[in-house]
Write a protein that binds this ligand. Sequence first.
Ligand code: FES
Length: 148
Amino acid sequence: MKRVENIFLRYKYQKDNIIPILQNIQKQFNFLPTEVLKYASQRLKIPLSKIYSLATFYTTFSLKPRGKHLITICMGTACHVRGSTAILNEFERKLSIKPGATTKDMNYSLETVNCLGCCAIGPIVVYDGKYIGEFKLKDIGRILKGRA
Ligand code: FES
């Protein structure tokens, strides 16, 4: 676990720092590998079930390898009313994947979320952490060409 030791060191092996530790692991691997979570459980003396509950609660974490780019589509009520289903369908068609999956070339992961708390500017698509409000179907091509 040499690869992650510096992360634990930086946070002084304190269990109160579990969230930033998981954020750093996520950043380093682009997901949370099972063996690293087990190691975190041992080193921080936190039950593995507790770590998994955190890892599955926050959408920023993933238990599966993510692609180079993460596309998250809000499917909450306000965004749904403003067309998020059509946006999701078009991303699925263009990328040939369903939400929760990653393209074979590992370029894109597609995810959905239920309300990002900025309903007034919906529909919302989040591309690599950048919120894009009032998203239109025509914006999909721009995103997939790396011009978000
Ligand atoms: S429903 Fe999409 S931000 Fe609230």
